[in-house]
Design a protein around this ligand. Structure first.
Ligand code: HEC
Ligand code: HEC
Length: 437
């Protein structure tokens, strides 16, 4: 429990930091006010220091989110040997290698800002061989593959590789070509096929590979196994992959993950250490997972990482993305006949903080919302959190397991479960409203 408490405290401290940084001026505090009266110049420079500190934290957080592997090459490189599978036999690895075409097909994204102008020109002119694994290696060396970093030997061959948070929680705007463009941090990579990528590992047996391959795009199972720096620890079987969620619009939500196991920093630690395979400490007796590794490359970064995550705003739905008149009618249905707002309430559309004690998440039994209980049973709470609704147009499919392919399927799920008897027009209006969030 000790580590969990420390993490929660680190998260709370950083949260307070973020609030201070965004409030201008930091009033409400008598000392600050009187200091302002007597020495306005000094107080102003104090404000400036706070603002600068906030900005520095954000920039650090962004850097960590995009580029820090936390030492996860121990997993993706040393244990899984994925760098060898990507390089292929011709480039000092194993097997056929991974061409840029294949990499894009499994949902990996290329950051166009990391490409030199000359390469962009060649790409645009179709002069880059996208069937050659050597091109993938060149892109990795440019640090242009979102969320993946390769480490090289002095002779230029690939030594290892690690991943970042951006691997799953960033995509690109496709402004250069499909899969190639500017980074969109916090957006779920709904096309990323983590299972197919892991299954390239020459270190796994066929049975394990088949299980990973069954996950499909946009999904990951964070309860299947953990990595402690040396060994893969089996957690639950068979695997139950869930949707990779967006992580924008989380400011003020309170408890993260579909089962609300803890605040953002708790989960960042869980994933950074046990799932990404970063070097660090994680302990939670509720799920019986204890990982201890020194030096800890994850915990000291959680505060800045939290700041950055809280700064990620939900995308505004495109104007032509929904019918505003129908959305207005749908909002009324949402709040009245369909009873959605009994749970999806407040500015974040969730009731997770509406219980008697704000330190305890308010949750729902799987049966109450017609959900498969199996995934929740593997978490610390055993229940589901009312998902905060934001940027819905961006991240189909819906529900933790992706069981609703589109928003009409979501509405039909509730219509049947609660016996709402919504008319086809009401359903259509409700869908337009959901698209507008
Ligand atoms: C391999 C893919 C993957 C990587 C890498 C990854 N995540 Fe996640 N993340 C997930 C999945 C899947 C979930 C859903 C888990 C759940 O809600 O139970 C999730 C959930 C989250 C949530 C909760 C979102 C919400 O709506 O409650 C946050 C915040 C988050 N991740 C941040 C991070 C950060 C920060 C990192 C880097 C330290 C990271 N993730 C790395 C796959 C990933
Ligand atoms: C009893 C509480 C409750 C009510 C009422 C309710 N929801 Fe939910 N909602 C939840 C919970 C809990 C989840 C998470 C379920 C999961 O992912 O397994 C959820 C998930 C969702 C999601 C998925 C979001 C995502 O990012 O995947 C959508 C969309 C949604 N609800 C819309 C609605 C609509 C529309 C209504 C009204 C017709 C409604 N909800 C009524 C509790 C509720």
């Amino acid at each position: 429990m000790k580590h969990v408490l420390v993490l929660a405290a680190a998260g709370a401290a950083a949260l307070a930091g973020a609030v201070i940084a965004s409030a201008s001026p930091p009033g409400g505090d008598d000392t600050t006010l009187s200091a302002k009266k007597t020495a306005p110049a000094a107080a102003q420079s104090f404000d400036a220091v706070i603002a600068r500190h906030g900005q520095t934290m954000l920039e650090q957080g962004r850097k960590i989110f995009r580029y820090d592997t936390f030492g996860s090459e121990a997993f993706w490189g040393d244990a899984l040997q994925l760098h060898k599978a990507i390089a292929g036999a011709k480039n000092g690895g194993i097997g056929p290698g991974v061409s840029p075409k294949t990499a894009l097909a499994v949902g990996l994204k290329v950051d166009s800002d990391a490409l030199p102008a000359a390469l962009k020109k060649q790409l645009a002119a179709g002069k880059v061989n996208l069937d050659d694994p050597a091109t993938t290696l060149a892109l990795l060396k440019l640090n242009a593959v979102v969320g993946v970093t390769a480490f090289t030997n002095p002779d230029g061959s690939v030594k290892s590789m690690g991943i970042q948070c951006a691997f799953c929680h960033s995509t690109v705007d496709n402004s250069f070509a499909p899969g190639i463009g500017k980074r969109l941090d916090g957006w779920a990579n709904t096309e990323l096929n983590v299972g197919a990528i892991v299954a390239l590992s020459p270190a796994l047996d066929e049975h394990t590979k088949a299980e990973f391959r069954s996950w499909g795009p946009g999904k990951y199972d964070p309860r299947h196994h953990a990595f402690d720096g040396a060994n893969i620890i089996p957690l639950n079987s068979p695997s139950l992959p869930i949707v990779i969620p967006p992580i924008y619009g989380l400011k003020g939500v309170g408890f993260e993950t579909v089962t609300a196991d803890g605040p953002i920093s708790y989960w960042n630690s869980y994933v950074g250490v046990g799932q990404m395979g970063g070097r660090g400490n994680f302990a939670d007796p509720r799920i019986g997972l204890f990982i201890n590794q020194t030096p800890d490359l994850v915990t000291p970064k959680l505060a800045a990482l939290l700041d950055y995550q809280l700064s990620l705003r939900s995308p505004t739905p495109p104007r032509d993305g929904f019918d505003p008149e129908a959305a207005r009618r749908g909002k009324h249905v949402f709040r009245t006949q369909a009873q959605c707002s009994t749970c999806h309430q407040g500015p974040n559309f969730t009731d997770v903080l509406s219980g008697p004690d704000r330190r305890v998440p308010l949750l729902h039994d799987p049966a109450e919302v017609g959900m498969d209980p199996a995934y929740a049973a593997r978490s610390a709470t055993g229940q589901y959190r009312t998902t905060p609704l934001r940027g819905l147009l961006q991240h189909a499919p819906y529900f933790h397991d992706g069981s609703a392919p589109d928003l009409l399927a979501v509405v039909n799920h509730y219509d049947k479960l609660f016996g709402l008897h919504l008319t086809p027009n009401q359903k259509a209006d409700l869908v337009e409203y959901l698209k507008s969030l």
